[in-house]
Design a protein around this ligand. Structure first.
Ligand SMILES: Cc1cc2nc3c(=O)[nH]c(=O)nc-3n(C[C@H](O)[C@H](O)[C@H](O)COP(=O)(O)O)c2cc1C
Length: 368
């Protein structure tokens, strides 16, 4: 397997929805408001983070009961920073590609090309019901997302764009102005068979839930094989979710994890579990983001404990290198106390990762 020798990139989840990133009554010194988030974005770019990922939710039945919209919130964070790239989540259905392409092109023009997009495909049926959006079958949702991505790319790159799709139609459409160069990168969320095929055909980046190095490697190999079969022509980059608990001692970090689990809110975790059955479990092959998640995994929305970035700075840096050896180009992080922990991570973990990366080719071989 070919492993990138580029420095691994770091992203954090923008807490633009309330309640933090774990379904637990443990203290989370994190706020979903704009002042907290502007300061967090500034800390993140100074601390060596490359990207911030916003979330889109229209409603919630499992916690996260207040949610700021992703595109407008992303723009506010871009306006408050200088280097950070902000990834705005877009959900086909509520978003139509003509509007999304235009909105993002304008933000690219206003922010020196620092905006990217994350095309999400929907897992929360109650949310679609609440806003009167038709709920498509799992694989149909991905067929629509793929057409959405094809439309975005076509509108952004072609002088006169035509598409006769099953979901979207364009007739000699000419977007002016286009986004600045480099074009907004297109990320996607989702790990099921349909999600991986979509990544191998059209996406720049594939985002997957937390996993072990072996679990990640299997997904990456699958995408590499499919990329070749589809003749994609460029390498899909890989981002993996992780919940970071970095403390001076391993015991301290493990105690924090235990406290998160002990204080999990069972009804909310079960409610979330019920909803995510509409995701990969509803796909024909019954794989996907939450298909194998245990109760403990689900306390963190995207299986972030599984990536095991829980320990001392040295342990966590070494595990990041293992994930890189398994094919990761980017680590997406959530924390209990975002501002404090993003800063700590930038000061104590990222420099160790950079040191270890000096020997990355050897480590990558070892991971083969
Ligand atoms: C990193 C990441 C971020 C995501 N962000 C969102 C989001 O903001 N809103 C949303 O509705 N779904 C989001 N999703 C969900 C996915 O788009 C997808 O619907 C879900 O993972 C189901 O995937 P599956 O087909 O692999 O089961 C995200 C997924 C991942 C991995």
């Amino acid at each position: 397997m070919t492993v990138s020798n580029n420095p691994i990139k770091f992203a954090y989840w923008v807490p633009n929805v309330s309640g933090g990133l774990v379904i637990s009554s443990i203290e989370q010194r994190t706020s979903w408001d704009i002042d907290y988030n502007r300061k967090l974005a500034q800390i993140a770019e100074k601390s060596g983070f490359d990207y911030a990922l916003s979330q889109i939710r229209f409603t919630a039945g499992y916690g996260a009961d207040k949610q700021h919209e992703s595109v407008s919130f992303s723009h506010a964070l871009l306006a408050a920073t200088e280097k950070l790239k902000v990834i705005a989540a877009l959900l086909p259905g509520p978003w139509n590609p003509a509007l999304a392409a235009k909105q993002i092109a304008t933000i690219s023009q206003l922010t020196n090309a620092r905006v990217a997009v994350n095309i999400v495909s929907g897992w929360f049926r109650g949310e679609f019901h609440a806003i009167g959006e038709p709920w498509l079958d799992h694989d149909e949702r991905y067929r629509r997302s793929e057409e959405f991505i094809t439309a975005l790319r076509g509108i952004w790159t072609e002088e006169s764009f035509t598409l006769k799709g099953d979901f979207y139609r364009f007739n000699d459409y000419s977007l002016k102005p286009k986004p600045l160069d480099p074009l907004p990168e297109i990320f996607q969320g989702g790990s099921s068979r349909a999600a991986r095929d979509m990544a191998a055909r059209v996406s720049d980046w594939y985002f997957t839930n937390g996993n072990t190095p072996d679990g990640l490697k299997a997904q990456v190999e699958d995408i590499r094989t499919k990329e070749q079969a589809f003749g994609k022509g460029w390498r899909t980059k890989i981002g993996i979710n992780a919940f970071g608990i970095v403390r001076q001692t391993e015991d301290e970090a493990k105690e924090v994890l235990q406290e998160i689990i002990d204080k999990a809110i069972p009804d909310a975790v079960r409610g979330f579990h019920h909803e995510v059955q509409n995701a990969g479990n509803a796909s024909p092959e019954r794989e996907g983001n939450w298909a194998k998640s245990t109760f403990q995994d689900l306390v963190q929305y995207n299986d972030g404990f599984r990536s095991n970035l829980i320990g001392t700075p040295q342990q966590v840096a070494e595990r990041i290198i293992e994930l890189k050896g398994a094919g990761a180009d980017l680590i997406l992080l959530g924390f209990l106390h975002f501002q404090e922990e993003v800063e700590y991570f930038g000061k104590h973990v990222i420099p160790l990762v950079r040191e270890l990366e000096a020997s990355a080719p050897v480590r990558a071989q070892a991971a083969e």
